[in-house]
Ligand binder design. Structure first.
Ligand code: NAP
Length: 279
């Protein structure tokens, strides 16, 4: 039976550390949260991040903009936030409405305030192994592997999904920790051939039931990043949890696994930015 990785407990610990650090700074760290439109999931995520900020002694400045906001006015707001000395981090909640170019918006954020680590400058620094910030979800996964002393060095690591925010940076961080990494995606032929060899399997696809027990190596660490809904609307991941739990060495639940760690790592990045600005 696998050890269940308790993302909630570890996230609470990371947030306590962030709060202690925030309390020791001369000025309260600040996060600007920009939400464009009415997407219900985005509203929930933003509210959660603002609650985390309050818990960690970080000031949050909310900017709710209507769905029809122009790119010009969004970029103007980002320019203002870039110059605001109370703002250490800027978070633009994605996805944006279709008429707004996400790359242009991300590129407008000052790299030293890019606490999501989405700006090309920070992606480059992270990929080169000299990060300013770490992308929140992959950093959360690495923190869980560390906390549970799950070996990565020399191990076979398989990442499912190659998005810019999860899969690709996840593969980069595991590679930097001396894992031997295979990055799989929708065009991968015979997915199970790769997953069965994985000592560390990270699934970030968004397809319920994708990872079944026969695809998992005995004793593997199985990290489920995905957030799907089952037919009754309950949150679930990509992994067939009950069956895989019986076979894996470690497993993350959904909810209560990677999700809380992603949020905690955002708090860590805000502290990094605040330290940069208050040095
Ligand atoms: P995304 O941008 O939609 O990327 C999904 C990836 O999965 C793509 O690379 C896609 O391949 C690949 N894929 C699709 N079907 C596949 C299959 N049958 N076999 C193997 N790979 C397949 O998604 P994302 O933003 O990375 O998010 C992935 C999941 O993680 C979602 O459920 C999301 O809600 C969740 N998520 C959770 C957190 C958290 O904090 N827990 C944070 C971010 C995201 P192609 O590139 O070939 O299309």
């Amino acid at each position: 039976m696998a050890v269940r990785i308790d993302g909630k407990a570890l996230a609470a610990k990371v947030k306590r550390q962030a709060a202690a650090e925030a309390a020791g700074l001369p000025r309260k760290p600040g996060l600007a949260v920009v939400l464009v439109g009415e997407d219900p999931a985005s509203k929930v995520y933003v509210a959660g991040k603002e609650r985390d900020c309050a818990e960690c002694g970080i000031e949050s400045f909310g900017h709710r903009l209507p769905a029809e906001t122009t790119e010009e006015s969004l970029l103007a707001l980002i320019g203002t936030l870039n110059r605001d000395p109370r703002v250490d981090g800027i978070l633009v909640q994605l996805p944006l409405p279709g008429h707004l170019r996400e790359e242009a918006v991300i590129a407008a954020i000052a790299p030293d305030k890019d606490v999501d680590c989405f700006h090309p400058y920070n992606v480059g620094r992270m990929t080169a192994g000299d990060p300013v910030f770490l992308p929140c979800t992959p950093a959360g996964v690495m923190a869980m592997l560390d906390e549970y002393e799950i070996p990565v060095r020399g191990k076979r690591c398989v990442v499912l999904g190659r998005s810019n925010i999860v899969g690709k940076p996840m593969a980069a961080l595991l590679t930097q920790r001396d894992g031997t990494v295979t990055l799989c995606h929708s065009r991968t032929e015979d997915l199970a051939r790769y997953t069965r060899e994985a000592d560390v399997l990270v699934s970030a696809v968004g397809r319920r039931g994708l990872v079944t027990a026969d695809m998992v190596k005995e004793g593997a660490a199985v990290i489920d990043v995905a957030m799907n809904r089952d037919e009754s609307g309950r949150l679930c991941g990509d992994v067939d949890f009950a069956a895989v739990e019986a076979k894996a060495g470690w497993i993350t639940p959904v909810p209560g696994g990677v999700g809380p760690m992603t949020r905690a790592c955002l708090m860590r990045n805000i502290l990094t930015a605040a330290r940069l600005h208050q040095a």
